[in-house]
Design a protein around this ligand. Structure first.
Ligand code: NAP
Ligand code: 3JM
Length: 340
């Protein structure tokens, strides 16, 4: 199906991930022939801008996918569960941002800097899964270290922005800040507790093992993407009152010794990574600086002095860009370059 331009559908186009997908398709000049913007009945009929033109948002339906080459999906897991397989069967290659298909053995789970060749496996179901935002930024930084000295164990704690929970979650944080400032009662609909001026150590639902689903996404997705099921991963995921960009404290134990200086050198050359690590000048990555950028920023790189072969670092990235929309569009770029 080699073409000079492709028909692309954005499913969940009115959401914060969908909006970012539209911007990134424009920015990266993805060869789009016709764009189809899809959402639920709540937004169907609205107009969104693509390349300076107002495009009508249409209702997602089974018939939508005839003649569409690539579908960039972010309508939530339950909606992808129904429509991604239908789209795939109609010949549309789906790049799905939800957790629905990530662990399906017939669906590749791809981060272009880590396992670009896995895209080849899309043919089984015509679906490629985009990993969770917190997993993506972590594996981009871990892969070069794993290749050099093999990572045995990862302990990660996240500080996740509210944009990761969608547009209503962003409104909830700003509404609560205003309500508290004006000494009014706060409303909470998205998060289980007040998010303004607070930290909530629960993202997604609790599972039987007392971890949250978000934590187990990080555990399971990391080994699938790295292609090494021997890596041990444990995660604690926390929602913090930051609008955009996720931060992570990552502690790793490696098989062979690597110094902090060597990690800095390795990561300085790594694709998609920018090292910001200058203690003398109080320079380290922060969410306010990472937002609207493409890179995964790494800083506070130091040896874990409590074990022989350990490294601590701080990883920050824009969860809507590299954590979702950018990674999905990069996958689409590999797809059209290598496989269509
Ligand atoms: P959001 O801002 O709440 O947007 C949700 C989008 O899905 C809206 O466009 C909404 O359309 C659409 N939608 C909801 N139900 C639908 C239905 N029944 N049929 C068609 N469209 C429907 O959420 P978001 O932050 O963009 O995230 C959306 C999803 O992407 C998440 O639920 C998650 O699965 C995934 N996600 C993935 C990552 C990642 O790391 N890869 C990061 C964030 C989110 P309306 O305007 O009509 O409501
Ligand atoms: C990020 O429909 C849902 O339950 C979506 C929940 C969700 C997910 C997910 O599980 O797909 C919200 C935010 C994600 C994700 O990327 O895993």
């Amino acid at each position: 199906m080699k073409k000079s331009k492709y028909n692309v559908a954005v499913v969940g186009a009115t959401g914060v991930v969908g909006q970012e997908i539209i911007r990134i398709l424009e920015e990266r000049k993805f060869p789009v022939d016709k764009i189809t913007l899809l959402a639920s009945e709540r937004s169907a009929g609205q107009f969104l801008e693509y390349k300076g033109t107002a495009e009508k948002v249409c209702l997602l339906s089974e018939e939508t996918f005839e003649g569409i080459d690539i579908g960039l999906f972010s309508p939530g897991a339950s909606v992808s569960a129904v429509y991604a397989p239908k789209a795939g069967k109609a010949g549309c290659i789906v790049i799905d941002n939800t957790s629905q298909f990530r662990m399906d053995p017939d669906v590749p789970l791809v981060v272009p800097e880590v396992n670009p060749k896995a895209v080849a496996e899309y043919k089984k179901r015509n679906i490629i899964a985009n990993p969770n935002c917190s997993t993506i930024q972590m594996v981009v930084a871990l892969k070069p270290i794993h290749d050099a000295v093999r990572i045995k164990r990862v302990v990660v704690s996240t500080y996740q922005a509210v944009s990761g929970a969608g547009k209503e979650a962003m409104d909830e944080l700003s509404d609560q800040v205003l309500a508290i400032y004006n000494q009014k009662d706060i409303e909470k609909n998205v998060f289980p507790h007040q998010i303004a001026f607070n930290c909530i150590p629960q993202i997604d639902v609790f599972l039987d093992n007392s971890y949250t689903k978000e934590e187990m996404k990080m555990v399971n997705e990391t080994t699938k993407i790295m292609g090494d099921y021997s890596i041990k991963v444990t995660a604690t995921t926390v929602r913090v009152p930051v609008f955009n960009s996720h931060s992570e404290v990552v502690n790793i134990e490696t098989e062979k010794k690597i110094t902090a200086k060597e990690v800095k050198k390795l990561l300085s050359k790594a694709a998609g990574v920018k090292v910001v690590d200058d203690a003398n000048n109080k320079l380290y990555p922060m969410p306010i600086n990472a937002s609207e950028k493409d890179e995964v920023f790494v800083g506070r790189i130091r040896e874990d002095e409590s074990i022989p072969n350990g490294i601590n670092m701080w990883i920050v990235s824009d969860n809507l860009r590299k954590g979702a929309a950018l990674n999905a569009v990069q996958i689409a770029e590999i797809l059209i370059r290598e496989y269509l």
